[in-house]
Design a protein around this ligand. Structure first.
Ligand code: PGA
Ligand code: ZN
Length: 400
């Protein structure tokens, strides 16, 4: 056991060019860990609070760092995270910022791994997980809050469910991303990229379904394994609470119509996955849709929060949970959410944010927890940082 000797905090850039919090944790025995907080754009109402990075750093230096340095054993992750919570003293990290908290929490885990010489996934509990690697869900077309004048649905996700290895799956998602580009070009549709590197063409959702279905089929034929696709509807962002309707490009849908619409899409396109198909307060609607089949995932609904997940479990709302450490503020809280999910038959999906850095913690967390899925984009340096790390971990574990 070795004590935290120093916590250094700084501002660095994220993939959107915004400033974010990076933490270094150094231990008395010379261990070192570095991690940076990601940042959402379509953030859930019930997420832990991200402060302005300079405020978050100043507040963490005042309240958290003195409680950690020379006082907390870096290998005791729960104690590190309890200390962060005690230093903050609010439920939602609004004092030191979830961005400072999660950066310190993840950096401490990396420092602890460094002390033992083990890779992070092993330190976090992954020594026995070598056989169950996560399937990467790759964002290939999108809009919503991640791109202006593009699809209403936030993300169309390639899901290479039949891939024999993580490496094959990662390459398949990149191939689908390229195929989508070629199909857009054939149709004469120009497209830039959204925040997560997905194509963001000015087309309606219907056309995006056609193109993504064609692209996944074409690549599946090429590679010889099953590739389906899924969605992150991010419906809380399109829900108008006053009129109680979901606002699309050319139409609106009330809750019943939204449920029917999504259930029909699941059937028509054999969707492998649907995230946030309804508003973040609509547990009942989630439950109704969950009864209709496929993987229904709560992101803004659960915000990686065990209390919100417990409410969902009670009502049968969703059967999967998106896990974003910065939504809740510490690695321990994120792992608690994964464990509660698994105990209750919910699939954990470890996830990036739309604003990311080169940090690879979530790749290790996904392997360590045996999560069946990871959502971390398809292309772009801050996305490939995680995807390439997954490939390395797979080789390390499987000696491929
Ligand atoms: P965000 O989007 O990081 O902008 O919240 C990702 C998601 O909704 O899953
Ligand atoms: Zn989402």
């Amino acid at each position: 056991m070795t004590l935290v000797s120093e916590v250094r905090l700084r501002q660095v850039l994220d993939s959107r060019g915004n400033r974010t919090v990076e933490a270094d944790v150094v231990t008395e025995s010379g261990g070192f860990g570095r991690a940076a907080a990601p940042s959402g754009a379509s953030t859930g109402e019930y997420e832990a609070i991200e402060l302005d990075p300079s405020e978050a750093i100043a507040s963490a230096r005042e309240h958290a760092v003195p409680r950690l340095e020379g006082k907390v054993y870096v290998g005791d992750q729960r104690d590190v995270d309890r200390t962060l919570r005690a230093a903050d003293a609010t439920d939602d990290f609004s004092e030191i910022g979830a961005n400072s908290a999660v950066a310190i929490s993840m950096a401490a885990a990396k420092a602890a791994a460094d002390v033992t010489g083990a890779p992070l996934y092993q330190h976090l509990g992954g020594a026995f997980r070598g056989e169950a690697f996560p399937t990467p869900l790759g964002n290939v077309v999108g809009g919503g809050e991640h791109a202006a004048d593009a699809t209403a649905i936030q993300e169309f996700l390639s899901a290479p469910v039949g891939a024999p290895s993580v490496q094959d799956a990662v390459f398949a998602n990149a191939a689908v991303h390229q195929e989508v580009h070629d199909l857009l070009e054939e149709r004469g549709i120009a497209a830039g990229k959204g925040d997560e590197g997905a194509w963001a063409p000015s087309i309606d959702d219907e056309e995006a379904f056609e193109i993504v279905a064609e692209a996944t089929d074409a690549v599946a034929d090429e590679v010889g394994f099953e590739i389906r696709f899924g969605l992150d509807v991010a419906a809380a962002e399109m829900y108008d609470a006053d009129d109680e309707e979901y606002v699309y490009r050319d139409t609106t849908r009330d809750t019943d119509e939204q449920i029917e619409y999504v259930a029909d899409l699941v059937e028509e396109y054999d969707l492998a996955y649907v995230e946030d198909p309804l508003d973040e307060d609509d547990y009942e609607g989630f439950a109704e849709l969950t009864d209709r089949g496929t993987l229904i995932c709560g992101d803004d609904l659960f915000v990686t929060n065990v209390e919100r997940l417990e409410a969902g479990i009670e009502q049968g709302a969703a059967n999967a949970i998106l896990v974003k450490p910065n939504q809740i503020g510490t690695l321990s809280d994120a792992v608690d959410a994964v464990e509660l999910a698994v105990e209750n038959g919910y699939k954990p999906v470890i996830s990036h944010r739309s604003g990311e850095t080169e940090d690879t913690t979530i790749a290790h967390l996904a392997v360590a927890t045996g999560a069946p899925y990871i959502k971390t984009g398809a292309v772009g340096g801050e996305r490939t940082a995680k995807l390439n790390e997954l490939i390395r971990i797979e080789q390390n574990v499987s000696r491929l």
